[in-house]
Ligand binder design. Structure first.
Ligand code: HEM
Length: 400
């Protein structure tokens, strides 16, 4: 069988069949429209994430136009210094003490707005709003600006997932970078003068070995947070709820024992990851299954394919919150045995924040909604090839 065409409608309708063909028959393809190699086996994707030969230098041209310079583009000492400046805010005590109340309140407000209705499009009313609202509140930015942030985030995501190079979408993304800068730079200046107890103040004042982030680095990091922490978590919520409603016995198991939520989230990240494609660039020629990748070429790593590699998981296409071959203890660490958060040095900074948001959000949703069914009787289709999840999730339920 010939190698699948990633930009075709057939691929978009069912990437998982194409991933199977790629893993089995074409583990390394050169895909001309994206000017990139594409890899699909778990072992190869793991190598591309962990081996320092594979750099994230390709992001200079992919991310710079919309975000500016972010930690995703950095490597080596520059990367570890910047990562150490920002990471503490996203884990441990800082996360638990400062931000759990923010997470609980944002989720509660959104659920209260539809809980009595008995029906909801959970993507529209909850999933696309909750993580962005949390980030805006964590940064200490005005709640009244939530709508601006939604527009900026939609525009940046359009730019980043614009695999076919639509010019209007590109222009909109670049315009957003300017608008976002105009909005953020004066706020950063004020926060440096007058720091508070919020994440933006932490970014403005944090210092390691005399290094502080510049105004533009802070602005770029905030812009990255909107997409890295917004769209991903939003898609995870939609896919997790859809997976649970499609498997009522697993839904009831999670309802009866909410301590299963992290396992259900980890299995969703494996089975239906929010991000399907991550790009890397080797600094020297490197061998992967299927041949040699030359230094300086782009390599697209297919997370959704790696996460269903039968070499790694039994019955990889089935969704099972009790799966024994996904290590729950490590699922939210750089040593995870799924690839949804990346692996190694660029492992998602926000993994514990995402887990906390999902734990809180799903528990509150299940408390508010009994007897949950798909309004149309069947699970909604997923959309997207760069990032992927149901774009609508119409549910009918009995208010608790
Ligand atoms: C990095 C996925 C939630 C912030 C990454 C990467 C992936 C990922 C795949 C690696 C990107 C690359 O190397 O090209 C996810 C998923 C999430 C999620 C699936 C939710 C289910 C979050 C949240 C935040 C966040 C909530 C923060 C608010 C970041 C940052 C990086 C990153 C700052 C860059 C880390 C670095 O380069 O060292 N994430 N993410 N993410 N993520 Fe997440």
């Amino acid at each position: 069988m010939s190698a699948p065409d990633i930009l075709s409608p057939e691929f978009a309708a069912d990437p998982y069949s194409a991933y199977r063909t790629m893993r089995d028959e074409h583990p390394l393809i050169w895909y001309e429209p994206m000017q990139s190699y594409v890899i699909s086996r778990y072992a190869d994707v793991e190598k591309a994430f962990k081996d320092p030969v594979f750099t994230s230098r390709n992001y200079d041209w992919q991310l710079e136009p919309v975000h500016g310079r972010t930690i995703l583009q950095m490597e080596g000492r520059e990367h570890s210094t910047h990562r150490n400046l920002v990471a503490p805010a996203f884990r441990g005590r800082e996360l638990a003490e400062k931000f759990v109340p923010v997470i609980e309140q944002n989720s509660r407000e959104l659920i209260d707005a539809f809980a009595a209705d008995g029906k909801v499009d959970l993507v529209d009313r909850y999933a696309t709003r909750f993580p962005i609202n949390v980030i805006v509140d964590m940064l200490g930015l005005p709640k009244t600006d939530h709508e601006h942030f939604h527009r900026w985030y939609t525009s940046i995501m359009g730019f980043l997932s614009n695999l076919s190079g639509d010019e209007a979408v590109m222009a909109d993304g670049i315009r957003t970078k300017g608008e976002f800068s105009d909005y953020m730079i004066p706020i950063i200046a004020a926060r440096r003068e007058n720091p508070g107890d919020d994440l933006l103040s932490t970014l403005c004042t944090a210092e390691i070995d005399g290094v502080r982030m510049t105004d533009h680095e802070i602005k770029a990091f905030c812009s990255l947070l909107l997409t890295a922490g917004g769209e991903t978590t939003d898609k995870a919520i939609a896919s997790l709820m859809s997976n649970l409603v499609a498997h009522p016995e697993q839904l009831e198991a999670v309802r009866a024992d909410p301590s299963l939520i992290p396992a259900a989230f980890a299995e969703t990240l494996r089975h239906s990851p929010p991000v399907h494609m991550i790009m890397r660039q080797p600094s020297e020629d490197v061998e992967l299954s299927g041949g040699t990748v030359e230094a300086g070429t782009t390599v697209t790593c297919l997370i959704g394919a790696a996460n269903r590699d039968p070499e790694r998981y039994a019955d990889p296409d089935s969704f099972d919150v009790h799966r024994s071959d996904l290590d729950q203890g490590r699922a939210y660490t750089a040593g995870a045995n799924h690839t949804a958060f990346c692996l190694g040095r660029h492992f998602c900074v926000g993994a514990m924040l995402a887990r906390t948001e999902l734990e809180t959000g799903i528990a509150q949703l299940l408390d508010a909604m009994r007897d949950i069914r798909f309004t149309d009787g069947t699970p909604p289709p997923e959309h997207g090839v760069f990032t992927r999840a149901p774009s609508e999730l119409r549910l009918t339920f009995t208010p608790a």
